[in-house]
Design a protein around this ligand. Structure first.
Ligand code: HEC
Ligand code: HEC
Length: 192
């Protein structure tokens, strides 16, 4: 497995020049054709089970794809999708989606003070991440957020910070945090 990855990277470096893992958003756009039915070409999800990924930190997108590929994170669809991608394609497609600009708008009648205090230092009041290793939560379907928090709580999905945070949360707190972020409007500007 490792040998074949090295072989592919070696081939790319010979063919294309430049460091093998320097990301290429344009090449990433081609890879994104494999993702668009679910995540959209711009990263605005087209189906409710898939999260929005446009405008998320490249580090986060890349780390999740590698986690699916290695089996550290499991999902019936994404485990299969990531297996077919080389490390170079993962780096490129992460760069493509990360190159988009995501903006969030709080719904009428709520104020920043109502945001879940335990989350804002990393996910922001409006669900636009303020940490490179953390995802945006703005506008994700509440069931998606709910499911991920319960996966961290049960140990199905693991992360040093999130597993600890979710372990302390009740179902009601999980639902309230999910609803807060799900109600925020997310816009992702297409790249011309
Ligand atoms: C058939 C639908 C489908 C396709 C095609 C697909 N995905 Fe996904 N993707 C999903 C679903 C569903 C999830 C949520 C997984 C979960 O619930 O843990 C997901 C999760 C992700 C995540 C994790 C996001 C987060 O916020 O944690 C990333 C990154 C991702 N996909 C990238 C991609 C890329 C890149 C491609 C194309 C190479 C792709 N996906 C193709 C359905 C799809
Ligand atoms: C100290 C930083 C930090 C805090 C505070 C924090 N998170 Fe996170 N969160 C992260 C990181 C980092 C990840 C990425 C985990 C991974 O790599 O799997 C994450 C991932 C998530 C995910 C998965 C999203 C996806 O797209 O798959 C959800 C949902 C989430 N956090 C919700 C919350 C909620 C709700 C709170 C408040 C109760 C919270 N987080 C507090 C750092 C934080």
């Amino acid at each position: 497995m490792r040998l074949s990855v090295l072989f592919v990277l070696g081939g790319l470096a010979l063919a294309g020049g430049g460091p093998a893992l320097a990301e290429d958003p344009e090449a990433g756009r081609q890879v994104a054709n494999m993702c668009r039915t679910c995540h959209g070409l711009d990263g605005y999800a087209q189906v409710p089970i898939a999260p929005h990924i446009g405008g998320e930190p490249k580090e986060y997108i890349e780390a999740q794809l590698m986690a699916f590929k290695t089996g550290a994170r499991e999902h019936e669809i994404m485990s299969v999708v990531s297996t077919s991608l080389s490390a170079q394609q993962i780096s490129d497609v992460a760069a493509w989606y990360a190159a988009h600009v995501a903006t969030a708008t709080l719904p009428d009648g709520v104020s920043a003070a109502d945001a879940p205090v335990a989350c804002v230092s990393c996910h922001g009041v409006d669900g636009i991440s303020v940490a490179l290793n953390a995802p945006n939560l703005a506008g994700e379907v509440n069931i998606y957020i709910d499911t991920q928090l319960k996966a961290f709580r049960s140990g199905k999905r693991r992360h040093a910070i999130m597993s600890e945070i979710a372990a302390e949360m009740t179902d009601e707190e999980i639902r309230a945090a999910a609803d807060w972020y799900a109600r925020i409007r997310l816009d992702i500007a297409p790249i011309e």
